[in-house]
Design a protein. Structure first.
Length: 306
């Protein structure tokens, strides 16, 4: 899985730039080490990108997760977010809160780092697909990705929307303390509510019109603009990408983490329900669908072993 490429802790490094760079060569026999990063207009091979992402996340899960605030700062810098903006301060404060919390076997600081990085990969791919986001939208998406499962507790948050509402409240407290505008705080709340698994299967994506009644109540508005709905689709995809968008082997690593967290083995019927009732037929955002071939391959591999 190209693991040697990521044999560092990446402190201060931009993981998105490393992941999207052309593969290096060396003892493994890949391309020349002098190969340059492809131009922004060039789209990466999804299978290779999935392997590289899985390799990086494997190093993180093996106890080498970079400092969360350092990761947030690198991703903010990549997207041109001013370091003194309230959104940048919110991302850094959210990263510190996640690291202090630590989390569980699956819903952990590592998961938050993966989802935040996935989201910024999707931002970079959206740019290459001709749908660039401004820095403010990228920062809102990053903040939500960093905090989307903050303080998750199995059982306590088992009721539908309970986990998302608790995480949205936690991020809103952080964002208010950092001086974010009401509009940006509402946007971050909407994105976290949109990670509720059933919402991604609705026509139009997680926040497609008309909004589900409970989601509308929790967000505090009956509808959202298309730009925010687009961000919601990207965050929903980013939340699932590490499980079903990289490689079949990595799907089983993530499944083992879920089994450890739940304290019981995963029944094959649970896997079938996961793909039908949570993942759905495909990723829902345009950049997320870059990983559709990987999802199809993983789905076939799981079906063969079920």
């Amino acid at each position: 899985m190209d693991s040697a490429v990521f044999d560092t802790q990446l402190n201060g490094a931009d993981p998105v730039g490393l992941l999207l760079a052309a593969p290096r060569c060396g003892a493994s026999g890949n391309r020349s080490a002098t190969r340059q990063e492809p131009p922004d207009s060039q789209l990466p091979n999804p299978a290779r990108l999935g392997r590289r992402m899985a390799a990086l996340y494997a190093t993180w899960q093996h106890g080498r997760l970079p400092d969360m605030e350092g990761l947030a700062k690198a991703l903010l810098h990549r997207n041109g977010v001013p370091s003194d903006d309230p959104l940048a301060r919110t991302c850094c404060a959210a990263a510190r809160s996640v690291e202090a919390w630590g989390g569980l076997a699956y819903h952990s600081a590592t998961h938050h780092a993966e989802v935040a990085t996935n989201a910024m990969i999707l931002v970079a791919l959206a740019d290459r697909l001709g749908q660039p986001l401004g820095w403010r939208a990228a920062a809102i998406l990053l903040a939500a990705g960093l905090a989307h499962d903050l303080h998750y507790r199995p059982g306590v948050t088992a009721e539908r929307f309970a986990a998302e509402a608790a995480s949205a409240d936690a991020l809103d407290t952080i964002a208010a303390a950092q001086g974010c505008s009401d509009a940006d705080r509402r946007a971050m709340r909407a994105l976290i509510i949109a990670t509720e698994p059933g919402l991604r299967l609705r026509p139009g994506g997680p926040l497609g019109a008309p909004l589900e009644a409970t989601a509308a109540r929790l967000i505090g508005q009956d509808s959202v603009d298309p730009a925010l709905a687009r961000l919601a689709a990207m965050l929903s995809d980013a939340d699932l990408l590490s499980s079903v968008g990289l490689t079949a082997a990595w799907y089983h690593v993530q499944l083992a983490r879920l089994e450890t967290e739940a304290g019981k083995p995963h029944d094959p019927a649970d896997s079938a329900r996961f793909f039908t009732a949570i993942v759905g037929p495909d990723f829902v955002s345009l950049p997320g669908r870059m990983f559709s071939p990987n999802l199809s391959a993983i789905r076939r591999a799981v079906n063969r072993t079920a």
